[in-house]
Ligand binder design. Sequence first.
Ligand code: PGA
Length: 265
Amino acid sequence: MEVVIAKTQVEVAKRCADICCTLIKKKPNAVLGLATGTTPLPVYKELIQRHRADEVSFRQVTTFNLDEYLGLAPDHPRSYRTFMNENFFEHIDIDIENTNLPDGNAENPLKAGPEYEERLREAGGIDLQILGIGTNGHIGFNEPTSSLGSRTRLKTLTEITVRDNKRFFKSEEFQPRLVITMGIKTILEAKRILLLATGSRKAQAIADAVEGPLSAMCPASSLQMHPNVSVIVDNAAAAKLQLKEYYLWVLSHQDYLLERFGDPR
Ligand code: PGA
């Protein structure tokens, strides 16, 4: 995997936004896989700024989010639909009809996964998937021991994840324990993947994902199987990587190669 160690959270966001914008320039009707949480927020801020500066248009772009809480209507203030609308979609020129999240309000939640997979197939699959990582190594809401062959489905959150996400809910508010999440196999079908992490709380999960064994105990380690993943982290999230110096060395060569030959991706 390509490991890009950026100095700051802002640089992580800028690098990620650069890759998104290059893709959209090349393919204006690109399909983006998006994530919620704190990590991608600076990326959305950066993309909104670039859109306002007329540097990128999302008019033809389609998006698919990784996950949604079960039992929260789309207009619920804590739903991931609301999160995406408020933090990204309302500030760019995307057609809201082209933005997709799993249906957390589905009459039959067991059907919501297969229906989402169908929508994804019809859209032609994901060109670029943005991922955060949980402190327990989850991607999307694929918690440890999720099948590496899993598809979009209903999933029960671990206590750690419920605790980590408590900050988004008021103390008396209902916090769902059940979610609908893209599966690991679904994620691995994206053509390109960017795994983002910032802050020291993510350092162990990043070390496990990049340098640990391929294991369902660290769902993000499944990305080792994907041929086109960039792990973009700040210094704090890179702190436990054993081969940190090597990744920086590779990157210096990469910059030289990109300058001379361009990016084949
Ligand atoms: P965070 O969540 O960006 O809010 O840390 C990441 C995740 O749980 O995947």
